[in-house]
Design a protein around this ligand. Sequence first.
Ligand code: G4F
Length: 324
Amino acid sequence: MKKALISGITGQDGSYLAELLHGKGYGVYGIVRRVALEDQANRMNRLAHLSDKIRLIPGCLETYPSLYKIFNQVQPDEIYHLAAQSYVSYSFEDEFSTLNTNINGTHFMLSAFKDLAPSAKFYFAASSEMFGKVHEVPQNESTPFHPRSAYGISKVAGFDLTRNYREAYGLFAVNGILYNHESERRGFEFVTRKISSHVAMIKYGLRDRLELGNLDAKRDWGHSKDYVRAMWMMLQQEKPDDFVICSEETHTVREFCERAFSIAGLDYRNYVVSKPEFYRPAEVDILLGNCSKAKKILGWRPEIGFDMLIEMMVKSDLERFKSK
Ligand code: G4F
């Protein structure tokens, strides 16, 4: 039985990836903070249905000895490094911890991989935020990076570390440059879930408005379930390489609002207000990817488009908030 080790298993992507790998017959191991194990009801809600099918190991990404023990114990065949401080907005409030956790965490993971499981395959969750103030539209694997936040900078560092471990030590280490991917399991602080949850709360009279920041920002949005499949496909290749994963469509936050509210029979213009305090000091104005390389080499294609994604998220939140 192949063994997969996932950091960030309690998050949206980690939970879908654990499901996918378990379904393919892998032994699935997740690194989780001890606080998460101690507060299962809140921190493990995305994994509740998998709890008897996967193994969770307490560990800390910020120290090498902790990872050393885990790698030694698990001896993984595939490693998926998803854990990060992944909220871009927060990275402006706390640049230091974002850089520390994201860069050192990736470095320690790569180092443990090289020292203890060098014949395994390693996936790093890079991000379209690395393109930041974009040099071209659409972006592909050759587009230069120009990050606009500590989060984006930390992902460029992780990308470079991963590529350098591949080139310097001949390891199978790949970067997935994933564009925004959402789902019914998305955290409430991200704009799509903030919108879908507010649509439901407004519909049931639990809120009367939704305060957002920049409604004109454009993002290339897909569904997490499609994107974790791409992660797995990257590790099934003969040769390690980096891939852009995206929907090849871009939409404004305003368009997302318009469609989400209309599913509940509401007009977003009556409820959405744009507030300066939700703007970022430096914004990424437009993200639009070109994933022809992934289509050609991996044979990957997204199955859930923009409209279906919004419908799934809004319907799920309408159900969730019905009885509140
Ligand atoms: O949903 P967001 O917070 O996602 P963002 O910043 O694009 O980052 C996400 O995608 C990246 C991949 O490109 C990941 F690497 C990263 O970890 C994360 O998953 O914001 C999307 C857009 C931004 O332009 C933001 O300014 O929505 C705009 N926005 C407008 N009002 C808002 C709000 N974003 C949030 N979170 N909250 C608002 O009230």
